[in-house]
Write a protein that binds this ligand. Structure first.
Ligand SMILES: NC(=O)c1ccc[n+]([C@@H]2O[C@H](COP(=O)([O-])OP(=O)(O)OC[C@H]3O[C@@H](n4cnc5c(N)ncnc54)[C@H](O)[C@@H]3O)[C@@H](O)[C@H]2O)c1
Length: 255
C-alpha cells in the first residue's frame, strides 16, 4: 500500500519497459509521483505506462542526445520541472573476454550505460535546479565495483557510472541535488534470464544458475521490487544526507 511519500512530485525514469526500471516506475506511481517514462521499447513502455496513472510516455534511445532532450522538454512542458530521476536503461553486451570484444559492441555498451546516464543527468539536473533541488539515482552494478572476466565492457561501463555518480554528487551538492547509484547483484529480470538462456541446454542452464546463486550469501536472486525500494529510499527525503553513495543491493555478494 502507498504511504504517498512522493505525492505530487515529478519524477523521470528511463529503461521502464522491463525489469528494474519498470519496478521503479510502478513503485513511484503507487507512491503518488507524476511520471515521465522513457524507453526505446514502445510496446513495453506502453505496458508500464498502463500501470502509472497520468504518466507521460516518451519512446527513445537513452544514448541519443536528441531523444533525451526531447523527453526532458516534454516532461517540463506537461508535468513541470523534474525533481527526481532514475536511470535504469542499460545493456549487458556480449559475454566475451576483453581481448575478443568487437569495437562496435564495446562502443554500444558505453554509449547506453555511460553516455546514456550522463545525457539524462545533463538534461534533467537543470530542471532540478529550477525546482530548488532534487535527487538522481543511477543504475550501476556489483560489476561496477568488482571486475568481470566475462562481461568486461559491462563491468567497465558500470564502474564509470559509479564515478560519474560521485562526480555529479560533488558538482551539485551545494544546489541541494543529491546523486547516488544502486549496485544490484543478480536480480530476477529479463536481463538475467537472457544470461541463463545463453548457457545452452537445461542442465547447463541449471548449473549456471546454481553457480550464480552461490555467489550471493543470502542464497537467492534479488527481486526487482527490492531494488526499486532501495531506489525510492535514495530518492526520498529519508536519504536527505546521502549523496555520492554506491549502494550494493546484492544479497551480500560484495560483503
Ligand atoms: N538484473 C540484474 O541482475 C542487474 C544487476 C545489476 C545491474 N542491473 C542494471 O539495472 C538496469 C536495469 O536492468 P534490468 O535487469 O531491468 O534489464 P532489462 O533488460 O530487463 O531492462 C532494461 C530496460 O532498458 C531499456 N533500454 C536498453 N537500452 C536502451 C536504450 N538505448 N534506450 C532506451 N532504453 C533502453 C530496455 O528496453 C529495457 O526496458 C540496467 O542498467 C542494468 O545494467 C541489472
Amino acid at each position: 500500500m502507498s504511504d504517498g511519500r512522493f505525492a505530487g512530485r515529478v519524477a523521470a525514469v528511463t529503461g521502464v519497459a522491463s525489469g528494474l526500471g519498470r519496478a521503479t516506475a510502478l513503485a513511484l506511481a503507487r507512491e503518488g509521483a507524476r511520471l515521465l517514462l522513457f524507453d526505446r521499447d514502445a510496446a513495453g513502455l506502453a505496458q508500464t505506462g498502463a500501470g502509472c496513472a497520468g504518466a507521460v510516455l516518451v519512446p527513445g534511445d537513452a544514448a541519443s542526445a536528441a531523444d533525451v532532450a526531447r523527453a526532458a522538454a516534454e516532461a517540463e512542458a506537461r508535468l513541470g520541472p523534474v525533481e527526481l530521476l532514475a536511470t535504469a536503461a542499460g545493456i549487458l553486451g556480449p559475454a566475451v573476454p576483453a581481448i575478443e570484444a568487437e569495437e562496435a559492441d564495446w562502443d554500444r555498451v558505453f554509449a547506453v550505460n555511460v553516455k546514456g546516464t550522463w545525457l539524462a543527468a545533463r538534461a534533467f539536473i537543470p530542471q532540478m535546479r529550477k525546482a530548488g533541488g532534487g535527487a538522481m539515482v543511477a543504475f550501476a552494478s556489483t560489476a561496477g565495483l568488482a571486475g568481470s572476466a566475462v562481461l568486461p565492457a559491462y563491468s567497465a561501463s558500470k564502474g564509470a557510472v559509479v564515478l560519474l555518480t560521485r562526480s555529479l554528487a560533488l558538482a551539485h551538492a551545494a544546489e541541494g541535488i543529491r546523486v547516488n547509484c544502486v549496485c544490484p547483484g543478480a536480480i530476477e529480470t529479463p536481463m538475467l534470464e537472457a544470461t541463463f538462456a545463453a548457457a545452452g541446454d537445461v542442465a547447463a542452464r541449471a548449473a549456471r544458475e546454481a553457480v550464480w546463486i552461490a555467489r550471493h550469501p543470502l542464497g537467492r536472486f534479488g527481486r526487482p521490487e527490492e531494488v526499486a525500494e532501495s531506489v525510492l529510499f535514495l530518492l526520498s527525503d529519508a536519504a536527505g544526507f546521502i549523496t555520492g553513495a554506491a549502494l550494493p543491493v546484492d544479497g551480500g555478494r560484495l560483503a
